[in-house]
Design a protein around this ligand. Structure first.
Ligand code: MEV
Length: 396
């Protein structure tokens, strides 16, 4: 068991195309955001395991001795369906939630306990440690905050239990794990995501693990080679929604109207593939016409997503406001509110971008320009982190 403090971070994501369709085996294109989740793991000898999540006001600890007495054989699993609902039900008993505990707190704690007990149960004694996780990502907005949380937990716990080595060498400020280790991190992070979302496709944890720009289909992940440095406007409508409920609603619509909904999913798949082709072309020979194609793809996909029933009045408003400034937008992630992306062509004047941002802010939305394709899960030397982040993680 590791004895020193470990600092880990993982990025959020935006899905360019393929949300919802990816749950049904279609292609998704996703890119890592330059907004990250940070985790600090402090090993202890005080006999407690603690979890602190300042973003959502969670601070809990449990006696390691109580966990040590538990029969954790119910956590044994080997297949990708883990954890099954029965395992999650048992974990709820272990967590011992107060009655008034909010749902997002319950899910975050369950994912933590699941990963802690499953990964650390191979140790002779369960480790005593404190984990603090803090994020730059808004929660429940479609930017992959839960996946970044699961990825950070998986990476930190696997490293603390020496299932994977700490890749940080003397003199490094930041480092990343090998491909093989990333695969293990991603596998456990997917299980954490399943605790939170029920039946996710796995695209969010994959992009948070590997970073950059990815094509994802049925667990097959490939990095887009040299993706163009697209500039986007990211807008949070601040309308809360549940990914789990939205994914279930699309599934129900597919069951109810298979002849209507299946072709929509096939068309979204074709949009993602066309976007991938155009991005490939742009990497070699960028031209303005390619941006016009990307805009058309965005508009078509947004209409499809509305037809799937995952739109929202706030997202319609976002699209109308940006269109009034000649810019094209679509929802990103699960929809039903949450976030939207707007493509910024290279010829768009900064004044126009500012005017659009102002109009969106005027609707009560949060809006920021961002770059995409950030690095995936990383380990940091504590002193290399920016002071404000370090202070939050040190509980100051
Ligand atoms: C959520 O970021 C994307 C969805 O496609 C769900 C998933 O892929 O698990 C809506």
């Amino acid at each position: 068991m590791l004895s020193e403090v470990l600092m880990v971070s993982a990025p959020g994501k935006v899905i360019l195309h393929g949300e919802h369709a990816v749950v049904h085996g279609k292609v998704a294109l996703a890119v890592a955001l330059n907004l990250r989740t940070f985790l600090r793991l402090q090993p202890h000898s005080n006999g407690k395991v603690g979890l602190s999540l300042p973003n959502i006001g969670v601070k809990r600890d449990w006696d390691v001795a109580r966990f040590q007495l538990l029969d954790t054989s119910f956590l044994e699993q080997d297949d990708i369906t883990a954890p099954i609902p029965e395992q999650v039900e048992k974990l709820k008993e272990v967590a011992d939630f107060p009655e008034d505990c909010a749902i997002n707190e319950r899910l975050a704690v369950l994912a933590f306990l699941y990963l802690y007990l499953s990964i650390c149960r191979k140790q002779r004694t369960l480790p005593s440690l404190d984990i603090m996780v803090w994020s730059e990502l808004p929660t429940g907005a479609g930017l992959g905050s839960s996946a970044a949380y699961s990825v950070c937990l998986a990476a930190a716990l696997l490293t603390a239990c020496e299932e994977i080595p700490n890749p940080l060498r003397d003199g490094d400020g930041i480092s990343r794990w090998t491909e093989k280790d990333l695969e293990l991190i991603n596998k456990w992070a997917f299980r954490g995501e399943r605790v939170i979302h029920g039946n996710p496709s796995g695209v969010d944890n994959a992009v948070s693990t590997w970073g950059g720009a990815l094509r994802y289909q049925k667990g097959q992940i490939s990095s887009l080679k040299r993706p163009p440095a697209l500039k986007i406007l990211l807008t949070n409508t601040k309308v809360p929604r549940s990914t789990k409920a939205l994914v279930a609603s699309v599934r129900n619509r597919l069951i109810k109207f298979p002849e209507i909904v299946a072709p929509l999913l096939t068309s979204i798949d074709a949009i993602a593939l066309e976007c991938e082709r155009v991005l490939g072309e742009m990497a070699v020979d960028p031209a303005l016409e390619q941006y016009l194609v990307l805009e058309e793809l965005i508009d078509m996909n947004q209409h499809h997503l509305n037809a799937l029933g995952v739109g929202h009045a706030s997202l319609d408003r976002l699209c109308q406001v940006t269109m009034a400034h000649g810019l094209h937008s679509k929802l990103t992630g699960a929809g039903g509110g949450g976030c939207g992306i707007t493509l910024l062509k290279p010829d768009v004047e900064q004044l126009a971008v500012e005017a659009t941002k102002q109009a969106l802010t005027g609707c009560g939305f949060d809006c920021w320009e961002t770059s995409i394709g950030a690095p995936g899960v990383s380990v940091h030397l504590a002193t290399s982190l920016d002071t404000p982040i370090r202070q939050v993680l040190d509980g100051l």
